[in-house]
Design a protein around this ligand. Structure first.
Ligand code: FMN
Length: 318
């Protein structure tokens, strides 16, 4: 799938974090491709406003993918068809990596890695239901050291999947230990579709190293974007052999204020003043006087107070 060859920097799907507003902020900071928070295939049947909200995106986010989770082939086929018609994303991704109990107890997410017949049926149903490219995101297995990533990547390719993302940990590892990048290299060698490597990229150097060590086509960044969407511009500069300058305080402030304003425009002031608090706490991490800022943020009830606090960073750092 060409988009992953042209845009090697992907923002990871992150439920509760990478909503349309944060995705737009990351896109303006250099992310090439973004993916929705995971959306339940069963939930799509009821078309609740919360579920439909997860499908909305801004045209500036393209190339944009919608990620689905579930465990029933026909529900996932129907959900993919609905998503294609309703949202018209650039690709539709299957979540076969989520370790969260709520998801795996219904056999979704990484639980699919225990059942290759079901995994194959689901991907076959999705590919058959839509003309939009289907992709998949997997972990390396259910249990540590019992790796199934190569086998599942080959199955996925055989089903007509157009790109594969690998987070090389088992479900049992959660986020503990180190992501086993060597596994990304093995999957890359085993399939011909683009492979996106994911896991533990914290800096631009890490990103370059993953591309070099694994030979993957693209890299996906998750937690390192918390309060740091600029990681994408840093990686972009590093890829062009340029020094990756961290943004100035003024640039950072402008991005943060833009993030707040975009949130207000998209969801209204009430929701913005609640939801932006976690992002602001991340943005302020490590800034001199961070504890004071956090305290001010958590006591603020109005958007203008949040913006005032952000602008006061200039004063403190200056
Ligand atoms: C808060 C949070 C929410 C996540 N939600 C999703 C999700 O909806 N779908 C998914 O495939 N992975 C999800 N992930 C996993 C990430 O996409 C990514 O695979 C993982 O964080 C490892 O990458 P990183 O080391 O760059 O953070 C989530 C991770 C976090 C921390």
């Amino acid at each position: 799938m060409d988009i992953f060859k042209k845009n090697s920097l992907v923002l990871a799907p992150m439920a509760g974090v990478a909503d349309t507003v944060f995705r737009q902020v990351c896109k303006s900071s250099g992310a090439g491709i973004v993916v929705s928070e995971m959306v339940s295939a069963e939930g799509i049947k009821y078309k609740s406003s919360n579920t439909l909200d997860l499908l909305s995106f801004d045209e500036s986010e393209r190339p944009f993918g919608v990620q689905l989770f579930g465990a029933d082939p026909s529900s996932l086929g129907d959900a993919a068809k609905f998503v294609q018609d309703y949202a018209q994303p650039d690709f539709i991704d299957l979540n076969a990596g989520c370790p969260v109990q709520k998801v795996v107890k219904k056999n979704g997410g990484s639980a699919l890695l225990r059942d290759k017949v079901l995994f194959e049926k689901i991907l076959t149903a999705m590919v058959k239901a839509v003309s939009t490219p289907v992709t998949v995101k997997i972990r390396s297995g259910w249990v540590k050291d019992e790796w199934v990533d190569v086998e599942f990547a080959k199955i996925a390719q055989g089903c007509g999947v157009r790109a594969i993302t690998l987070h090389p940990r088992s479900r049992s590892m959660g986020f503990s230990g180190k992501a086993l990048w060597q596994r990304i290299a093995e999957v890359k060698q085993a399939v011909s579709v683009p492979v996106i490597g994911n896991g533990d990229i914290c800096t631009a150097d890490d990103a370059l190293q993953m591309l070099r060590v694994c030979g993957c086509d693209a890299i996906m960044i998750g937690r390192a974007t918390y309060g740091n969407p600029w990681i994408f511009s840093e990686v972009k500069a590093a890829l062009c052999g340029q020094p990756s300058e961290p943004p100035s305080v003024a640039e950072k402030t402008a991005t943060i204020v833009n993030h707040i304003n975009l949130y207000v425009e998209t969801h209204g002031e009430d929701r913005a003043s609640k939801e932006m608090k976690k992002h602001l706490a991340w943005y302020f991490k490590g800034v001199p006087g961070a504890a004071l800022f956090r305290d001010r943020i958590f006591r603020s009830e109005k958007i203008e107070h949040l913006i005032e606090t952000v602008n006061s960073i200039n004063t403190v750092k200056g």
